[in-house]
Design a protein around this ligand. Structure first.
Ligand SMILES: [Fe+2]
Length: 185
């Protein structure tokens, strides 16, 4: 289940809010200026589906989103369960960073947790299939795919050079609860 936890940036232990209510969490994200929408994600994908197969299965919503939001390109981030280099893959996204463009992701399988550092708060959003999240450009954030990662996300880009991360150097991510998987939410 999609789940939002709101913390003060200096208190990663006692959340100000924890909710799985779709209306409440969407409202909080909207108030924070974060685009969040639910889109149908109902195409079963074979275990060995490559990027082309994922893009073909979701061609219709991809076209609508590109048209509506001006995205120029898409690709697929797919981490199948049991991937051998899970720890290294997970570590790549665990440090707080920013991008010069919005980080737009449409989850079509599995789950993962985004942490948005919107001072003075940290918003932790567990995304599941059907969630479209766009982290605004310049917003410090990190992503935890968990110790047993499994997700497929379609990534949207507005710039031809795509995804470039600028580390903030702030060790804040280590203080906040890691993502333990959907059953623990
Ligand atoms: Fe990012």
């Amino acid at each position: 289940m999609t789940h939002l936890t709101v913390y003060h940036e200096h208190d990663p232990v006692r959340p100000e809010l924890a909710t799985g209510d779709p209306t409440v969490l969407a409202g909080h994200l909207a108030m924070a200026g974060v685009l969040f929408e639910r889109w149908p994600a109902e195409h079963p994908l074979p275990t060995d589906a490559g990027s082309d197969a994922v893009l073909a299965a979701y061609a219709a919503p991809i076209a609508r989103l590109k048209e509506a939001r001006g995205y120029r390109s898409v690709d697929v981030a797919r981490v199948p369960r049991g991937v051998p280099d899970a720890a290294a893959l997970r570590a790549k996204f665990l440090d707080e960073h920013t991008h010069t463009e919005d980080e737009a992701r449409f989850f079509v399988e599995g789950s993962g947790a985004f942490y948005l550092h919107l001072r003075p708060r940290v918003l932790r959003l567990v995304c599941e299939a059907g969630d479209l999240l766009s982290v605004p450009a310049g917003t410090p954030h990190w992503f935890d795919m968990g110790a047993d990662p499994h997700f497929t996300a379609i990534r949207f880009f507005t710039r031809p050079d795509g995804w470039v991360a600028e580390p903030t150097g702030d060790p804040i991510a280590a203080r906040f609860p890691a993502y333990a998987g959907p059953e623990a939410v």
